[in-house]
Write a protein that binds this ligand. Sequence first.
Ligand code: NDP
Ligand code: 8G0
Length: 447
Amino acid sequence: MKQNIESFLAMVTSRNSHEPEFLQAVEEVAETVIPYIVEHDIYYGKNILLRMVEPERLISFRVSWVDDSGEIQVNRGYRIQMNSAIGPYKGGLRFHPTVNASILKFLAFEQVFKNALTTLPMGGGKGGSDFDPKGKSDNEIMRFCHAFMSELFRYIGPNTDIPAGDIGVGTREIGFLFGMYKKLRNEFTGVLTGKGMSWGGSLIRPEATGYGNVYFAEKMLETKGDSFKGKNVVISGSGNVAQYAAEKVLQLGGKVLTLSDSGGYIYDSEGIDKEKLAFVMQLKNEKRGRISEYLDKYPDAEFHKGKTPWGVKCEVALPCATQNELHEEDANILLKNGCICVSEGANMPSTKEAIAAFHKAKILFAPGKASNAGGVATSGLEMTQNSLRYKWTREEVDNKLKDIMSDIHKSCLEYGKDDDGYIDYVKGANIAGFVKVADAMLAQGIV
Ligand code: NDP
Ligand code: 8G0
């Protein structure tokens, strides 16, 4: 078995040696899925995983645009179409200076398994650009988004590939991208998700990832006869996912102690309540400010410059910022402080070593591909509503989201139980996602 995993990873490494994040994501899947393949004849000897790690298509393109001072800028745009066995490619667009092929391939690979877990018919993809939206004017953002879409439009469509937002891409950017797609194609279709409410968006989509993560964590706590009530909760990030995770934690009776951004974290020992969260939402979404400005309004809180919040004592931790933001040392501090549950809102926020520490301590740990799947699931529900030319109520979408998170939790229980009864949600999510995609690939032959 060990040899099987090692020879597979050696082959993938030799082909992708300069892509550490992609290799990290593949390794995690290979370690749990290969033992399953070896025990199941229908999957064995068919190189299914080797096919899954090769993108069906990888598109890279030039994005030229003119900034406010009249200077011509050049960025790199990407779309990775990873796997379309169970549906059209689906996944977000990230605009961040750290974007490169490795980051997007890891995200696209994770997306394939995650989308399969949602039970909806969506394949996996991801895209974006190394464009940095920070400090840009609305007009610059518009010109960049229009330039980006003036190339991307050739490769996407409501039955082919349906992008959405991600880090650095919110409703404003989706609006500009949608506008250019509509102009070039002369059709109003559900080609992007995360749209505004008056032009095809779904209620609950903005909330879905954060809410879904907390619904999933609540399901995990329930397996121990526990809940969010009275729990101290540490959250990283202060963007879309973190904001709505915080909102749902408050609704379920937990206390939110921290939020962060790339400048550092704030710690409010009194708890970030509903009113304080409304201030953060306005600060981040409308003023596009920094989390440190929380102290201008609430001076009793602390700001820890350049630090992540994992040293703050809590029972539940929700990493909701970015990949590899929670390291082994952080995991050990969380465990020492009595943390019993970690549910990933971001994609791959915990390093391999951090996950190993959580597993060793046998605490509840959910990988993002299970716990943050509510975002893409609700994008799937947005696509359904667009096709039906219909709009569901908040309650209808929220109930569907809850059911989907509960089904994902059940899939993890089905495939993730260890001999001693411990639920390994990483193993559960990887195998459940794999089985669905692999069955479709086998049915469709060598394509
Ligand atoms: P946003 O752009 O809304 O917010 C991102 C947050 O993370 C900001 O607070 C940002 O701080 C912080 N952040 C980003 N990069 C870094 C970094 N390198 N170091 C420290 N902090 C950083 O993005 P989202 O909330 O949408 O996404 C957060 C995570 O959740 C990502 O991993 C994303 O892939 C994942 N996700 C998102 C979904 C969605 O529906 N939006 C669905 C599923 C997963 P700053 O402003 O300083 O950059
Ligand atoms: O809606 C989406 O397709 C989407 C957007 C942002 C992130 C993700 C994800 O699952 O990582 C999905």
